[in-house]
Design a protein around this ligand. Structure first.
Ligand code: PFF
Length: 453
């Protein structure tokens, strides 16, 4: 059994928690959660999403950390080793391959959206120094989307920033970045919540978010809720598995898993509770906001509130930081795999991954301008990529992870990794949820998606 990874190790339990939370908390919480909630009618969607976090997300989070820590390598190689040890087929490596592919697809569009946030941070920074204010947010946003050059620049900048951290490796790059950036993020988010509470529309927002209208439930909505649960917790593409490979032995996996999942969920709910009061107070429709929701609604508030420019600057800086720490974890699995399998250095490997993801991201850039007319199954190009990666590939990856952890790894290994002192009933509960309940739920949703039921 390996006790360290060739890529380096987190220096402490807290370092892992910060890194994994940094991965989980990102655009998924602050950009995507509010907009998919808005597009899916509010309360019922949120409750189904929360159920997915608990019944699907958390067991898979534990399983990913277990597999990662036991294998101590990038996902594809960890799974190969563990499958060999268990006498199982090497075809299980397919799980790692799906993960790496999903990672490229997600990183490609993620970096484009992160580029929007960098651009907005910069707009407010310029405004602070006398630049033109955002008076018509709708026009500013449409203007940005119409410019492939501008989108490509910011997408490229984000990719470079991400690559810069990954190139320096686990201790010097990842750990140092997250331990400074994460605490800043929490403070800024609480300030934003304080503003939301003072708009006078806090209860309306809370009831939009939590009062379920079950008539809105549809198969498509459940698929989106599950996809969002995977996306927001960074599960199904072996990112948390990769971080697990750098987790010191002896750290209690169930506890750190709960901490990360709970923090991520709280951040999404706080983001919703901060953003929807603003949307409502400006007379915007909380429903059907689309991917531009925060970019078209929040600047209205920033234009009116005292110190709004500083606030706007802080908010988009916060979002860029959150996206950055997630982007790092999107890039790490493929980079670690290249380092293990070739004689490229970490810096060269990170450069290759960043270059490929940047080129793939151009498809998302063009989906708003040059390819605006292109529609794939009724979706624009970026939404189609988002749909395939988040709503299909992540659940498939999660399903395979649960099956691998539940049925292929011996329960001696999983028990040893999870927590040796765990009571038998608790271990059995985890085991059977991971073996049966979680896979069954994912299968039902996927079967619905493909029209089988
Ligand atoms: N969890 C991130 C977010 O919510 O923004 C996105 C993400 C990161 C998804 C890493 C998947 C992943 F592996």
């Amino acid at each position: 059994m390996q006790t360290t990874s060739i890529h380096g190790m987190w220096s402490s339990r807290l370092a892992f928690i910060l890194a994994a939370t940094g991965s989980a908390v990102g655009l998924g919480n602050i950009w995507r959660f509010p907009y998919v909630t808005s597009d899916n009618g509010g309360g019922a969607f949120v409750l189904i999403y929360l159920a997915c976090i608990l019944l699907v997300g958390l067991p898979i989070m534990w399983t990913e950390i277990v597999i990662g820590r036991r294998g101590r390598m990038s996902p594809i190689n960890s799974i190969r080793e563990l499958a060999d040890d268990a006498g199982a087929s090497r075809k299980w490596m397919g799980l790692g391959i799906i993960g790496v592919l999903a990672g490229f697809l997600i990183l490609s569009f993620y970096s484009v959206v992160a580029g929007w946030t960098l651009h907005y941070g910069f707009l407010y920074l310029k405004e602070l120094f006398g630049g033109t204010p955002i008076t018509d947010p709708e026009a500013t946003f449409t203007g940005l989307l119409a410019s492939p050059g501008e989108l490509t620049f910011w997408h490229g900048l984000f990719m470079l920033m991400t690559m810069g951290v990954v190139a320096f490796g686990v201790e010097k790059g990842l750990e140092r970045a997250v331990s400074i950036l994460m605490p800043m993020l929490f403070v800024l988010l609480l300030v934003l919540l304080g503003y939301g509470m003072n708009t006078g529309y806090f209860t309306d927002a809370a009831s939009f978010l939590f009062r379920p209208d079950w008539s809105q439930v549809s198969g498509g909505m459940i698929v989106t809720a599950m996809g969002q649960a995977f996306f927001t917790l960074s599960l199904g593409m072996c990112a948390i598995m990769t971080y697990g490979a750098y987790l010191p032995s002896g750290v209690n996996i169930p506890k750190v898993g709960i901490t990360v999942a709970a923090t991520d969920t709280v951040v999404a709910l706080i983001a919703g509770l901060a953003i929807f009061p603003i949307v409502i107070s400006f007379g915007l429709d909380p429903e059907g906001g689309g991917a531009g929701l925060i970019f078209t609604s929040l600047p209205l508030a920033f234009a009116e509130m005292p110190f709004g420019i500083i606030y706007g600057f802080l908010f988009f800086t916060l979002l860029s930081i959150a996206a950055w720490t997630s982007g790092i974890s999107l890039m790490e699995p493929a980079t670690a795999y290249i380092v293990e399998s070739t004689n490229l250095s970490r810096k060269a490997a990170a450069l290759c991954v960043a270059a490929v993801a940047w080129i793939m991201g151009l498809a998302s850039v063009f989906s708003f301008n040059l390819w605006a007319e292109v529609s794939i199954g009724g979706r624009d190009v970026m939404s189609a990529i988002e749909y395939v990666a988040n709503d299909i590939m992540l659940p498939v990856g999660g399903l395979l992870t649960a099956l691998f952890g539940g049925w292929i790894l011996s329960s001696r290994i999983t028990r040893e990794e999870l927590d040796k002192k765990m009571p038998t009933w608790a271990f059995n509960a985890w085991l059977w949820i991971t073996r049966i309940v979680t896979p069954a739920l994912i299968l039902v949703v996927l079967a619905g998606l493909f029209g089988i039921i």
